[in-house]
Ligand binder design. Structure first.
Ligand SMILES: [Zn+2]
Length: 307
């Protein structure tokens, strides 16, 4: 008997049509469950993937933890457990440790006994220069996966693809049976990722984009936004977008020294005001990359182009 649910379709531009807390089959070995945490940063929310259709499965990016409002996670945990059903949970994989990705791994581990596997924990300061409120400080992996390392189960094999840049610990995972890549926040289906120093690094981010371009995986399943099918074209567009941002910055600085808020105002017309801070972090990431390459100098908050 075929009990496979029909492939779900939703309008990628209309978040209201995205089903929260219900498993959608996106390909034979992959089901997606949307968490109830929509926001200007997460689009319709975090997409958790359940991979495998046999005796055991893995979960990629369990999602956020919260007891109220958009982060109400009790229902999301129940939806993940219902999707796993009678299968054993072989591992809980995290792409990185932002708060909308890894925190629910603890409750899922407690409910199933499955190990937390994948990205490393970050040792960020509580209030030092590396402090970042977006991080999950309580994340503790049972096993860290290195680039190229594999885990496998009943009918599935997953290989780790290290992609530092969005965060220094970011990993993608490829399902070898279908060529699908779980891209976390490295490549998202709806927006460019935030690269926020000091942990975010634009130079590494560009290298990791080039790495994906060279791989040419069949399809991307990001943690936010719709699946990406034209992967090479999409990544080429992202690389081009970042180079264009860099050119905008160097052109502004060619007119004279500038501070970041003034650059953001000129570069991001019509930006959602809630995203101004994130845009500033991205400009800083570009400037730090230019600084490392000897193209600009910095004095306090003012940036100057070097000939
Ligand atoms: Zn993230």
């Amino acid at each position: 008997m075929d009990t496979t649910p029909a492939l779900m379709q939703q309008d990628p531009k209309d978040p209201a049509t995205w089903p929260v807390g219900r498993a959608e089959l996106v390909e034979p070995l992959v089901r997606r469950v949307l968490a109830p945490n929509p926001s200007p940063y997460t689009f319709t929310g975090t997409e958790t993937y359940v991979v495998g259709a046999g005796r055991d499965v893995v979960v990629v990016d369990p999602g956020p933890v919260g007891s109220e409002g958009p982060y109400l996670s009790q229902g999301h945990l129940a939806a993940i457990l219902a999707t796993i059903g009678d299968a054993a949970l072989a591992a809980i994989l995290c792409t990185h440790t932002h708060r909308d990705h890894s925190p629910l791994s603890r409750a899922l581990k407690q409910a199933t006994g499955a190990p937390i596997v994948g990205c490393a924990a970050l040792a960020l300061d509580d209030d030092g220069p590396r402090a970042d409120a977006a991080f999950d400080p309580d994340y503790v992996p049972d096993r860290v996966l290195a680039d190229g390392e594999r885990i496998s189960g009943d009918g599935w094999t997953i290989e780790t693809v290290a992609t530092p840049g969005h965060t220094s610990n970011h990993l993608c995972y490829v399902l070898l049976e279908s060529g699908a890549l779980f891209t976390g926040d490295h490549v998202m289906g709806w927006s460019t990722s935030v690269v926020s120093p000091p942990d975010g690094d634009m130079g590494l981010y560009m290298q990791s984009l080039q790495k994906l371009y060279d791989r040419g995986d069949a399809v991307y399943y990001p943690a936010h936004g719709p699946a990406v099918h034209n992967t090479r074209q999409f990544v080429r567009g992202m690389l081009g977008h970042r180079r264009q941002r860099e050119r905008q910055i160097t052109r502004i600085l060619e007119e004279g020294p500038a501070v970041i808020p003034a650059m953001v105002e000129r570069m991001y017309k019509g930006l959602d005001p809630r995203l101004t801070g994130a845009a500033g972090r991205s400009v800083l990431a570009h400037l730090e990359d230019l600084l490392r390459r000897g193209r600009v100098s910095r004095k306090e908050e003012t940036w100057t182009i070097l000939a």
